[in-house]
Design a protein around this ligand. Structure first.
Ligand SMILES: Cc1cc2nc3c(=O)[nH]c(=O)nc-3n(C[C@H](O)[C@H](O)[C@H](O)COP(=O)(O)O)c2cc1C
Length: 190
């Protein structure tokens, strides 16, 4: 038995993608779990080159767990991600995502610039689809000590021009990926 965890994100400048990569490392540290990195199509043409393929409805339908990430755009998820979810009515009608575990992640340029509202904005369509949302429990020591990203509601980073993720942000992202994979594996087992 193998568990397929889709890590679906939108990233214009790479910061959200960097968190997605760390969540994928956490997922793949769990035996029998595979991370599938996917992005969404742009609404308008840009010069940004996508680093991963765009997700298909069928890939989303077949996943055993989902991590979803967006940059903070005015305190909300980025429009291309919302646009994608607005095309998933057929999955909602069929109840295809019900009881699948999910988690969310985000990146912002300022510490108090809307990370928590953006995480919540991504939880809404997932809850409508019947998914089971996981956060990061306070048993993770880095949640107590981080000076930048990392919240109980999901993995986050505060991006600066040249800095990669902080050590705490990396650890918390990986732990969230592990927790998602372990939960998906347990749920598939029953
Ligand atoms: C349209 C737009 C709106 C943004 N709004 C916010 C915001 O409300 N708060 C904030 O801290 N950063 C905001 N930012 C900055 C991004 O959240 C930040 O640079 C993020 O790390 C980009 O992620 P990415 O590299 O994955 O695209 C905004 C950026 C854009 C392009």
């Amino acid at each position: 038995m193998s568990c397929q965890i889709v890590i679906l994100y939108y990233s214009r400048h790479g910061s959200t993608r960097a968190i997605a990569r760390q969540i994928a490392r956490g997922v793949e540290s769990i035996p029998q779990c595979e991370a599938i990195l996917r992005t969404v199509d742009e609404i308008e043409p840009t010069h940004t080159q996508a680093a991963d393929p765009s997700i298909t409805i069928s890939e989303l339908k077949q996943c055993d767990g989902l991590a979803m990430g967006s940059p903070v755009w005015f305190g909300n998820m980025a429009a291309p991600l919302k646009h994608f979810w607005d095309k998933t009515t057929q999955l909602w009608v069929a109840g295809d995502l019900i009881d699948k575990p999910a988690c969310v992640f985000t990146s912002s340029s300022s510490m108090h610039g809307g990370q928590e509202t953006t995480l919540q904005s991504m939880m809404l369509p997932l809850l409508h689809h019947g998914m089971m949302i996981l956060g990061i429990p306070y048993s993770e020591p880095k949640l107590h000590s981080t000076q930048s990203g990392g919240t109980p509601y999901g993995a986050t980073s505060v991006s600066t021009e040249h800095s990669p993720l902080s050590e705490d942000e990396i650890e918390l992202s990986q732990q969230l990926g592990k927790r998602l994979a372990q939960t998906a594996l347990k749920m598939k087992d029953h």
